[in-house]
Design a protein around this ligand. Structure first.
Ligand code: 4AD
Ligand code: MG
Length: 436
């Protein structure tokens, strides 16, 4: 069969009157072996000068490979060099580079096996997320990136201003920022369309330099009318299982690479998530587990404080060894929009914790009662005039509804075993760093 391939050289090896070129075009982990013999017109001048990073277009005959290591190889009829890469300065050499080193060259790192594989798995997860919601008749809404409402009320909004903008005459009429979550706008659409989701970039100006935080990350946020906390938990569980099954079905070659070099047992871990039930505990029960072993932790834990990453990881990694759904957190540590429980102290919140990461999903049933919501907003110091549109949803045809946010990079981390979140987004934005 005659084929043409276009890609980048990984290695060249010469034996007698042949050169073996390993070419990769990004479509999959495996390289294609090209056999170029000395009768090719540019053999001496070009082919034997090729090195890692050069780009080529090769035409020839695809044939069964007699050698071990690959099923097929390409017997070249022409090798056209598109671009050279000086081996004296090209940073990607044949040896394995550390992930930290690769982070410093984010414009070249997708050319490596590991980062290429992450890129494919991430792209596949995007497809899987969309197909999950399409199958369930959710409607996708593109919520705004620039917004005047701070959903989480945590004061982590980056500000947006126009050049030369005056404080008393803001470009958008009132101070605006980059969205921390599309939830509030998704709620608007859920209360017209039933089940919606938004999947886009979100931004947090939190000064946390950890392996799980980015200043710019992507979030999947479904919002469902006529849905309570248990329905919300069901959708989140089904979504996680569906998308991980999808990568097991479609990205096994890449997952095998991670299983070998990044996280031993990764594939089995993913299969277990798909096959086994998640554990469900209340925040109160979680705090009981944690206070029993309080000296293990750096951060103090008692009823009423938010769980730290070390607490979340202890529950999911040491106690239950599987995903843990924690519900009914104290109202005082959660945002104004979460539905107040009958006990008056907790809200219908749920977080899903997974091994290696901690919190991967955060969500809740929403407060649909106008009077309770107004009171909660006032207590949180939120201007109820400014959020009049949000309160209108409770004035006109309010319904019980719920939703959650799944951090997309944390999902990619979980699926690939990458311990640092900076490896799973193309150009990570963190305090002090925004390459390219
Ligand atoms: O728990 P969070 O802050 O929830 C919300 O934003 C809700 N409005 C979501 C909703 O109910 N629609 O964030 C949700 C998830 C977290 O569980 C985590 O996976 C991820 O978003 N996340 C981050 N991921 C990377 N970097 C950060 N700085 C993140 N902050 C949150
Ligand atoms: Mg959260």
């Amino acid at each position: 069969m005659e084929v043409t391939v276009k890609g980048w050289i990984r290695t060249r090896r010469d034996t007698g009157s042949f050169s073996f070129l390993e070419v990769n075009d990004g479509s999959c982990l495996a390289n294609l072996q090209i056999i170029a013999d000395e009768t090719l017109v540019n053999y001496n001048e070009e082919i034997t000068q090729l090195s890692a990073g050069c780009s080529v277009v090769v035409s020839g005959i695809l044939q069964k490979s007699p050698a071990k290591g690959q099923d097929v190889e390409l017997l070249a009829q022409t090798v056209a060099v598109q671009g050279w890469a000086d081996p004296a300065t090209y940073p990607l050499q044949k040896k394995r580079h550390s992930l930290e080193f690769l982070r410093g060259i984010s414009h070249l790192r997708p050319r490596t096996n590991a980062l290429g594989a992450v890129t494919r798995v991430r792209a596949r997860l995007t497809v899987a997320v969309n197909s999950f919601f399409q199958k369930q008749d959710f409607i996708q809404v593109h919520t705004p990136i620039i917004t005047t409402s701070d959903c989480e009320g945590a004061g982590e909004m980056f500000q947006v201003s126009a050049p030369g903008e005056k404080d008393d005459k803001p470009f958008f009429g009132s101070p605006a920022g980059l969205t921390v979550s599309g939830q509030l706008q998704a709620e608007v659409y859920a209360q017209a369309m039933g089940q919606v989701y938004t999947f886009g970039p979100t931004f947090r100006a939190e000064n946390s330099n950890t392996s799980r935080h980015l200043a710019e990350f992507w979030m999947i946020e479904p919002e469902m009318s006529f849905c309570d906390l248990s329905c919300n938990i069901q959708v989140a569980t089904d979504l996680l299982k569906f998308v991980l099954q999808d990568v097991l079905d479609n990205c096994i070659e890449d997952l095998a690479l991670f299983d070998k070099f990044i996280e031993k047992g990764l594939i089995q871990k993913l299969r277990d998530i798909v096959d086994k039930d998640f554990v469900h505990i209340t925040y109160t029960a979680a705090v009981e587990e944690l206070t029993a072993v309080a000296d293990r932790f750096e951060y103090h834990v008692e009823w009423g404080v938010d769980l730290q990453s070390e607490h979340e990881r202890y529950l999911t990694e040491d106690v239950y060894k599987c995903p843990v759904i924690v519900t009914n957190y104290p109202a005082t540590i959660k945002p104004f929009y979460m539905r107040l429980s009958d006990d008056g102290e907790t809200v219908a919140a749920m977080d899903i914790l997974v091994p290696g990461i901690g919190e991967i999903v955060g969500g809740s049933q929403r407060e649909e009662r106008l009077d309770v919501l107004t009171k909660r907003m006032k207590e949180a110091g939120i201007d109820t005039e400014e959020y009049g549109w949000y309160l209108d949803l409770r004035r006109y045809g309010t319904v019980p509804h719920a939703g959650f946010g799944l951090g997309f990079e944390r999902l990619v981390q979980f699926a690939t075993g990458m311990s640092n979140i900076r490896e799973v987004i193309a150009f990570p934005r963190t305090p002090g760093s925004a390459p390219c």
